[in-house]
Design a protein around this ligand. Structure first.
Ligand SMILES: [Zn+2]
Ligand SMILES: [Zn+2]
Length: 264
């Protein structure tokens, strides 16, 4: 199996560190064969309604992102394959714009990071809000609606809701099963998120990837893909969580894939 990674951020999202080139160099020294940049997408917020998000690049930063990644792709083409991607939510009011944007900008792929309901202008953050059953239900509904658009190559941190939910109870189990079954039916891989694994270990709180969620995914027969969700180039060089992920998925008997479907 190839060591590829399609979940990589850049400093433009305002909560990552390391130059774009440092991410590429770290990926090469970690033995990664294909590196996809998938920084948090900008959205075309109405200027009057919103000052701009502090967790993603601004729309006018996108051109610089694209230019930088394409230049690195060319510069390092003999050492590593580089793809231009985005991590995006499902914001219904902006999806027509987003679909067009992805096409016009020749984005290689998009991964679904279902972080907010509605939009991050005023919608709740699913990572914190899902202790409430109504919000967890909405998380599932948005996830499935998003994936039905067919533009997302995989579902990033499918169990993000365990960041804020105290217990993996019956309702969490029901929702997880529904998400896994929908992904199985649409043939959408689930991401085993290494940034979450690191946070869980460091904080001694089991957030995501949550063992109970992955037990269900194994039962349903989902495909798994490992994503570093690197917010620092150093994370790409950390073998610990990568190896742990492989052994967890292997113990579950899951099919682990190393590449994704691209849009172009
Ligand atoms: Zn991020
Ligand atoms: Zn994310």
């Amino acid at each position: 199996m190839k060591k590829n990674n399609y979940h990589t951020h850049t400093e433009r999202c305002k909560h990552a560190s390391g130059s774009d080139e440092a991410f590429v160099q770290s990926a090469i020294s970690a033995g990664i064969e294909e590196l996809g940049f998938s920084d948090h997408t900008p959205w075309n917020y109405a200027p009057s309604s919103f000052k701009g998000s502090n967790i993603r690049m601004f729309l006018d930063e996108f051109a610089g992102y694209k230019k930088s990644i394409l230049a690195l792709k060319e510069k390092y083409k003999d050492q590593i394959s580089i793809k231009l991607g985005l991590e995006a939510e499902f914001f219904p009011a902006y999806m027509d714009w987003f679909t067009k944007f992805v096409k016009e900008e020749e984005i290689d792929y998009v991964i679904l990071g279902n972080h907010f309901h509605g939009s991050d202008e005023d919608g709740p953050y699913y990572g914190h809000a899902c202790d409430k059953d109504e919000l967890l239900e909405l998380y599932k509904q948005d996830t499935i609606k998003a994936l039905k658009t067919g533009i997302y190559s995989y579902l990033a941190h499918p169990d993000l809701f365990m960041r804020g939910r105290k217990n993996f109870d019956h309702f969490a189990e029901k929702i997880s099963r529904e998400i896994c079954e929908a992904c199985k039916e649409m043939d959408v891989p689930l991401e085993y998120n290494l940034a979450g694994a690191e946070v869980s270990r460091m904080s001694h709180v089991q957030q995501y990837p949550h063992p109970e969620f992955w037990k269900i995914a194994a039962e349903v027969g989902n495909k798994a893909i490992i994503g570093f969700d690197a917010h620092s180039n150093r994370q790409l060089e950390n073998e610990y969580y990568y190896k742990q992920a492989l052994s967890h998925l292997d113990a579950l008997g899951m099919e682990v894939i190393d590449t994704i479907n691209f849009l172009r």
